[in-house]
Design a binder for this molecule. Structure first.
Ligand SMILES: [Fe+2]
Length: 451
């Protein structure tokens, strides 16, 4: 790859991290409402630490880290590198302050661009490869920044929007927490079914859910291949490509909607153990779950917390922020099941659709399905599969600390596929494997049925 191509990608991605944070207020940068919801300031520093650790320290002779303390503070989980600041205490790092983190980014950016500008460096191929990994890593963290700050802001009873003034296209559809929500506009929107359209959301031709879907596609199965193929970037866990045998199956053409999930709630499925895996039922009992994370009922109205604030819940938007257990229980209630990873990937490969992502549609909430051929593979919600996230036959993690990136998490998590509204389109590919614990709900996680 020519030096300026990778440098451009690097700069574009680094700038995007800062642009994404633009709407934040200074108090927001340190919020951490749960162990898994890292503060934006920590993300900004950690992405920088990644380039410093895996590129500058390795390939720039005599490179001196900006600050030795940062090596521990901003190491996420790389035991091969060394000690880590406790994950649940990232929000307590009032120092370095924000300005110092921005300055850290600038210094590392400058050193990285210098490194990338020298194609005669003896390790230039490896430098390019690692930089590509660092770029993809930063894009993954940008997605996490959105979902983490959403979780932390939602802990505030005022339900602040990530950005004041971007509550809704009209600026007035967001539900104020200090006044009654039954007032005119919000209610009219709920009644008209046009509630809560977010910036950039395509307006569907108002076809009711049962007219548009769900619709099923049939696949014969047989011996197929999955795993990354091509000469672009992929993560190590997408390899090696390998054969799998699939029984004939059907996959829903669209994602489960809020209206459909509401029927599950209304049927008191959260009170009926028949639909639930044992661990899922235990979670329902222990946490008192009665619906997806961020769903709220107030004065009889169905609301949903979004990055644009508290909004009337759009019946045709995909349901999101459900755990793997909730997805699985919904599927059982609906007389279906969750797809396997292999089914999902095979179906996505045999019926490709244009990728959408945060960088192409600029949405902060999963949009409604636009038309019959919009299968919502990418750009809306991650889709739970019933597959345990594990190694493909022949998988080998890279040697050294960087090999900790994916492989060591292959235990007790479920694979999710596709990509969400805040995933980069460069990562929205059929082979991409993301993974979460089945109880996790804070990502944009949705449901696609199989049978
Ligand atoms: Fe990371």
């Amino acid at each position: 790859m020519r030096p300026n191509v990778i440098s451009d990608e690097f700069q574009l991605t680094r700038a995007r991290s800062l642009a994404d944070c633009q709407p934040l207020q200074v108090e927001d940068y340190s919020l951490q409402a749960a162990v898994f919801a890292s503060p934006p300031k920590w993300h900004l520093a950690h992405m920088t630490w990644f380039f410093e650790t895996f590129l500058l320290k390795e390939f720039v002779p005599g490179y001196r880290p900006q600050n030795d303390a940062f090596q521990v503070l901003f190491n996420s989980y790389f035991n091969g590198i060394g000690e880590q600041h406790p994950r649940d205490k990232r929000g307590l790092l009032s120092r370095p302050n924000l300005e110092e983190v921005f300055a850290y980014r600038e210094v590392v950016d400058e050193a990285m661009l210098l490194l990338l500008s020298d194609p005669h460096h003896p390790s230039y191929t490896e430098i390019q490869r690692r930089t590509r990994l660092g770029i993809e890593h930063e894009r993954q963290h940008q997605e996490l920044m959105f979902t983490d700050i959403k979780y932390s802001l939602a802990a505030n009873p005022l339900f602040p929007a990530m950005s004041p003034g971007t509550n809704s296209p009209e600026g007035d559809a967001a539900v104020s927490t200090s006044e009654t929500v039954s007032s005119s506009l919000a209610q009219q929107r709920i009644l008209s079914g046009a509630a809560g359209l977010l910036p950039g959301t395509a307006v569907m031709n108002e076809a009711p859910a049962d007219e548009l879907g769900p619709g099923w596609s049939s696949f014969e199965g047989g011996l197929v291949e999955i795993g990354y193929q091509g000469d672009g970037f992929c993560f190590d866990n997408e390899l090696p490509r390998h054969p799998v045998f699939l029984q004939p199956f059907e996959l829903a053409d669209g994602l489960v909607t809020n209206a459909e999930f509401q029927a599950f709630v209304d049927d008191r499925a959260y009170e009926c153990p028949d639909y639930w895996l044992a661990d899922g039922w235990a979670a329902v009992q222990e946490q008192g779950l009665r619906g997806p994370l961020y769903w709220l009922e107030r004065d009889g109205q169905h609301l949903e917390y979004t990055l644009q604030g508290l909004l009337p819940r759009h019946p045709q938007h995909p349901v999101c922020h459900v755990s793997g257990y909730e997805a699985d229980a919904y599927a059982r209630w609906a007389g279906a099941r969750l797809p396997t990873e292999a089914e999902w990937e095979f179906a996505a490969t045999s019926q490709p659709e244009p990728v959408r992502g945060r960088d192409t549609h600029n949405l902060l909430h999963p949009p409604a399905r636009e038309h019959r051929t919009d299968r919502q593979l990418y750009g809306a919600c991650w889709q739970w599969t019933q597959s345990a996230y594990s190694a493909y036959p022949g998988f080998k993690a890279e040697g050294g600390a960087i090999g900790e990136y994916n492989g060591k998490f292959m235990s007790n998590q479920w694979a999710v596929r596709g990509g969400s509204c805040v995933t980069w389109s460069s990562q929205a590919r059929s082979a991409y494997r993301n993974f979460f614990y089945p109880q996790d709900r804070w990502q944009f996680l949705g449901v696609r049925l199989a049978r």
